[in-house]
Design a protein around this ligand. Structure first.
Ligand code: NAD
Length: 405
């Protein structure tokens, strides 16, 4: 099988550990890596046995890669991805594809203009239970979807936010749990529901962590077909198994951790409702056998699908517009919470850009006012010390004078 010339931008990233297996695939010819942190970047280049560049632009020019993998912090994703696409590379970018949905629009436009594939790393789509749920929904086993519920906790200790200073900040990340951990869940939600909700209400909160952004979020959604749903996530709560329930007119499925169960009704509820003469009756339900679709929610699965799409013209599951859905939803949740309003999608890009700018300014102001307070505290402390020392000196001088007299 043909291999594609790959480069990695941001090779010193913690997330590279998750790419290791994928970068060994026979379809990968890793020619170079880049990182602004020369020490870790060079170390990675040595491990991979490839060239190192501190400047990714120089790397693009010299190496002319067929695929650029981007693993930098998310505020850099859009700019770097657009440059790679313009340089003629297909781009596989880590999630979230950008910080605000307007940037994702620009990335998608650049991919179309340059006729390159833009893919986002959403490995959870490849999980066996998610693939199985997708198949059951596509086959119409659940009937028409009426309700979706998802709870997914991502407990993180405070030290996690110290590991990379951009985490949990408006400037460095553009959000908290909704930008970093939740993208996987929001992507699965949109993937299985068949698209974005139309309306969003949300509450984002900072319950525990000393960060600028939200560590907890709760939302309710309405999809265009009238289906209603909810989502809860947090980095500040104890671990609990992931819970996803999708209810349709013919039955429902539940994913609890890695376990998928399907419960079917003897009749579609619309038919049952129209024909049952008994006012308090409900249809009989049974747990149905499910043929599990094999799959692994890892980066190697993402790379395989991405390479298949490039080399053989297949469909990449989370190409640009698919990858953008969860970002639009996360932005909408932040916007709905900040403005205490119900948000209609598509999200107003301009309004979100202004909100993010305000949040960044506010956070920067808080930082500088904290610094000023610390400075003032320090100077008050200093004044008090000088006064105490002068006071002690005055008293001892008086005593000396009295003693001498
Ligand atoms: N798919 C997943 O499950 C998953 C898991 C973890 C992280 N991620 C994503 O991966 C990305 C990186 O996260 P992380 O925690 O590993 O980050 P990190 O802070 O550990 O690493 C980021 C790296 O990018 C480098 N970098 C910054 N600017 C650069 C530039 N201009 N050119 C080249 N390199 C540059 C930094 O020096 C650093 O080595 C984030 O977008 C994150 O959301 C995805």
């Amino acid at each position: 099988m043909k291999s594609l010339r790959h480069v990695v931008i941001g090779a010193g990233a913690v997330v590279i550990g998750m790419h290791q297996e994928a970068l060994q695939l026979p379809t990968v010819d890793l020619v170079a890596v880049s990182d602004i942190n020369v020490e870790t970047g060079q170390q990675r280049a040595q491990e991979f046995g490839c060239a190192f560049y501190a400047d990714y632009r120089e790397m693009l020019e010299k190496e002319r890669p067929e695929v650029a993998v981007i693993t930098t912090p998310h505020p850099l994703h859009a700019q770097i991805a657009i440059e790679c696409l313009r340089a003629g590379s297909h781009v596989l970018v880590e999630k979230p594809m950008a910080v605000q949905v307007a940037e994702a629009d620009a990335m998608i436009a650049a991919a179309q203009e340059n006729q390159r594939l833009l893919g986002v790393v959403f490995q959870h789509r490849f999980r066996s239970e998610v693939q199985t749920a997708y198949k059951l929904i596509q086959e119409g086993k659940l009937g028409d979807i009426q309700h979706i519920e998802m709870n997914r906790l991502w407990p993180r200790p405070e030290s996690y936010f110290h590991q990379s200073p951009w985490r949990g900040t408006w400037a460095g990340e553009g959000g908290g749990v909704l930008m970093n951990q939740a993208p996987h869940n929001l992507d699965v939600l949109c993937f299985l529901a068949g698209g974005l909700p139309q309306r969003v209400q949300a509450w984002t909160r900072r319950l525990l962590h000393s960060i600028e952004t939200e560590d907890t979020a709760q939302a309710i959604f309405e999809w265009p077909n009238g289906a209603l749903g909810s989502y809860h996530t947090s980095t500040a709560q104890v671990p609990q198994p992931e819970y996803l329930k999708i209810v349709g007119t013919r039955g429902y499925l539940e994913i609890i951790g890695k376990d998928l169960r399907l419960y079917l009704s003897e009749k579609d509820f619309r038919e049952f409702s129209a024909t049952s003469p008994e006012p308090f009756s409900s249809p009989k339900m049974h747990q149905a056998e499910v043929e599990i679709v094999p799959g692994q929610g890892n980066h190697a699965s993402v790379y395989r699908n991405f390479h298949e799409a490039i080399l053989n013209g297949g469909t990449f599951t989370s190409e640009g517009a698919q990858g953008r859905m969860e970002l639009e939803l996360a932005n909408a949740m932040i916007y709905a919470s900040a403005t205490r309003s119900e948000v209609e999608l598509p999200l107003d890009r301009q309004k979100y850009a202004s909100l993010l700018e305000d949040l960044r300014k506010e956070a920067a102001g808080q930082k500088s006012s904290t610094a000023v307070k610390e400075l003032l505290n320090a100077s008050t402390h200093l004044r008090r010390k000088i006064y105490q020392t002068a006071h002690k000196f005055y008293i001892s001088t008086c005593i000396m004078v009295i003693l001498c007299v």
